[in-house]
Ligand binder design. Sequence first.
Ligand code: ATP
Length: 310
Amino acid sequence: MSSMIRTRNLTKQFGGSTVISGVNMTVKEREIYGFLGSNGAGKTTVMRLLLNLIKPTDGEIELFGERLTVGATEPFKRIGHIIETPVFYGNLTGQRNLELHCEYMGMHNPKMVQEALELVQLGNARHKPVNQYSLGMKQRLGIARAVSTKPELLILDEPINGLDPNGILEMRSLFKRLCDEYRITMLISSHILGEIEQIADTIGVINNGRLIEEVSMDRIRSTQTEYVEIITLNVNRAAYVLEHDLNIRNFKVSGDRQLKIYDMKLSQSELSRQLITREVPIEAINRRSRSLEEYFLEAVRGGEEHAASH
Ligand SMILES: Nc1ncnc2c1ncn2[C@@H]1O[C@H](COP(=O)(O)OP(=O)(O)OP(=O)(O)O)[C@@H](O)[C@H]1O
């Protein structure tokens, strides 16, 4: 699979302070790339760099396998995007807004405008002025506008932000369709992992302007670690019994009352029987797997420790 976006050492400074630092990211053809980071981590700035809206201080960008040169315009005809909240002419209809956009892009084709509106289920509302649209409708109109020029790549900055649970579901299934049926590669940013984990093929995590993780969801799922969680009123006693009596060493005390055991050689019921026999006061015992949220929190913490040591 070839790459649609590749950056090398992408770096951006604003007034002497480094906001994006040595980012090497790769978005592969026909994948959904979830670009994850907290507010201010640098997601929007990377997207603005990719779209040539601002210039990098250092580093390179490749789009569709070709290095981006100063003044290039061709690659951007193949990209649809929404950066921050999409702005429309409120007194004009949804359809007219899209037509104007396509004319501006030099690609006016009434069939494409209709198709884009149908795709986001705004076919019936196409003659309504946009200032009568709900937030969710405006978000969908933004997507319709971005796809109305038949792009091969979509760059969407926080497209799910502010939608209600139903709106989020609709948006997710729209993204899946755009990728699967329309063969559009997508780079989607979010600050909430749960919003994109079901649809993303790859996740890139940015923190303080550094890409600290880029990993396929398949890989994450296959490395999910299972453990047994024990809640006890006496963690010290539990830890002692595990180590000395049961010869279990692969565990972690992770709170005043909580232990996580990664060594699964005893079944849960056997473990609980052994602990109770040895007078460990057990409140609860559960089998769990490390959530994706924990996985990324650990990645962020690891990245911060790495940055601090340099
Ligand atoms: N034009 C600018 N001048 C100075 N600093 C900027 C500029 N644009 C962005 N920054 C800074 O760069 C950092 C990254 O901002 P960016 O908007 O890329 O983050 P983000 O991950 O998209 O966050 P959010 O989700 O809040 O938009 C922030 O500290 C921001 O203040």
